[in-house]
Write a protein that binds this ligand. Structure first.
Ligand SMILES: Nc1nc2c(ncn2[C@@H]2O[C@H](COP(=O)(O)OP(=O)(O)OP(=O)(O)O)[C@@H](O)[C@H]2O)c(=O)[nH]1
Ligand SMILES: [Mg+2]
Length: 445
């Protein structure tokens, strides 16, 4: 990493100050070229008042922080320039830095350097991104935990156990003649394996919840026209967000709202009623509704209590049967004409605002939202969840065969588990994985 990188670390726009961050071997030298005071001989971790200068012209009055390696986020020499906010000034200073030898940083490159220089591990790096993107208080706390290495430490502890086991087995295989070496019995191995399995299962069960917490629960309100989808959205949001009329086909495009349920953020999507479209605009809207079925974490399928089940209803019931789904029978203030044999049904009247509590309870119950406990939670991304599942499969295989196979066969499996867990925290990694992790970062982080 020879080159020195620079980027604007604050959000671009009008604000009181912007921070431009510069990191690399030449960070101090480059900033020194455009600053009107000497920075080459200042002490580390000091702040300096002065001006950014181009051809004797003052560009801005700034504060410059100089932080020398290794006590910095990237472990490299780092300079931060606090300029006056505003796009023109900030861009001008960045431009001068680049003219003087810095390179524009890629998204996430500062964090990537922190990782490559050994300051943080991969889980912590992802935690930083999650922290930036946290939308609710629960997700903020969880991300902070990730940044602080709680998740990594748990995985590291498990790896230590596995490595001990591998070492013990190796000694047994290599020195069978030494009597004073404790023989590793199948029973001991089995006990350890069961322990590791239970820990991985615990990580897994908590991870499923928490990835929902982080990303929010994509909740699609679906149904044929006029059943009251938009009324339900408005009721949940306690706001007249979507237009409600008695005309079928009122909602033509997706209407979005967010709801905070037990600290978990629900992204609600009200959709166009699904039926045989009568014009092109409607058709596009309906296709959007149907496409959302695939992406949804939760579907609220709305039926009308005051009408018999139609073919359209049946089609939607079928399309959503394998999804996380709650069926809402709306308009219970009107006569019951609907005959339904389904589970997970909630009865409400959006008009009278009754049944709302039951709906909330049902969602909380369905996703275990009340058991989300930031004190004990782990979380890993979908890719990591898949890796943990893979480890659990290997463990299952070991448990099935342990009585019938030689102990050195287990050794191979244990090494595989160890490698997989290592890849989660980035102790063994490849460039491709790194790129996918860091490309989601914003610029300047
Ligand atoms: N009686 C009664 N009427 C309701 C209830 N909920 C909604 N309505 C009425 O049903 C009609 C349609 O409501 P909307 O919320 O616009 O229905 P929608 O499903 O969004 O309809 P589209 O956008 O056309 O797909 C309106 O006249 C509402 O006032 C209810 O619980 N009881
Ligand atoms: Mg509507």
């Amino acid at each position: 990493m020879e080159d020195t990188i620079a980027a604007i670390s604050t959000a671009l726009g009008v604000g009181a100050i912007s921070i431009i961050r510069v990191s690399g071997n030449e960070a101090i030298e480059i900033v020194n070229k455009i600053f009107d005071h000497d920075l080459l001989n200042v002490e580390s971790h000091t702040i300096h008042y002065g001006h950014i200068i181009e051809n004797n012209e003052i560009i801005d009055e700034v504060l410059v922080s100089v932080m020398r390696s290794p006590r910095t986020f990237t472990y490299e020499d780092t300079v931060e320039i606090n300029t006056h906010g505003g796009i023109a000034t900030t861009n001008k200073v960045l431009e001068l830095l680049i003219l003087n030898g810095a390179r524009m940083a890629e998204p996430g490159e500062f964090t990537k350097r922190a990782f490559l220089n050994g300051r943080i591990d991969l889980v912590e790096a992802e935690g930083i991104m999650n922290l930036i993107e946290a939308k609710s208080d629960v997700s903020r706390k969880l991300a902070l935990k990730q940044v602080n290495g709680v998740v990594s430490n748990n995985i590291r502890n498990l790896r230590e156990k596995i490595m001990k086991l591998i070492a013990n087995i190796a000694v047994n295989i290599d020195y069978p003649e030494y009597e004073d070496i404790l023989e590793v019995t199948t029973k001991e191995v089995e006990e350890e394996i069961i322990y590791i399995e239970s820990k991985l299962n615990a990580i897994l069960s908590q991870s499923n919840n928490t990835s929902l917490v982080l990303e929010g629960l994509k909740t699609v309100i679906l149904g044929r026209p006029n059943v009251g989808k938009s009324s339900i959205l408005n009721m949940l949001l306690n706001e007249e967000k979507a237009i409600v009329t008695d005309i079928a086909g009122t909602t033509r495009d997706i209407v979005e709202g967010t709801l905070n349920l037990n600290g978990v953020y629900l992204k609600l999507l009200d959709t166009a009623g699904v039926h045989e479209a009568s014009d092109k605009v409607e058709e596009i809207g309906i296709n959007k509704s149907l496409n959302l079925i695939k992406e949804a974490d939760l579907i609220l399928l709305v039926l009308d209590n005051n009408s018999e089940l139609t073919d359209e209803d049946k089609k939607l019931l079928d399309l959503t049967k394998d999804k996380n789904r709650i069926i809402i029978v709306n308009k219970i203030d009107l006569d019951k004409k609907l005959d339904l044999e389904e589970e997970n049904v909630i009865y409400i009247s959006a008009l009278n605002k009754t049944g709302l509590e039951n709906l909330r309870k049902k969602i909380v119950e369905m996703f275990n939202l009340d058991s989300i406990n930031t004190d004990m939670n782990m979380f890993v991304n979908a890719n990591d969840i898949a890796k943990i599942k893979k480890c659990l499969n290997i463990i299952k295989k070991i448990k099935e065969n342990i009585k019938n196979i030689e102990i050195d066969m287990i050794d191979i499996d244990l090494r595989e588990i160890n490698d997989i867990l290592g890849s989660i925290i980035g102790e063994s990694y490849d460039e491709e994985i790194l790129d996918t992790v860091f490309k989601n970062f914003c610029l300047g982080k």
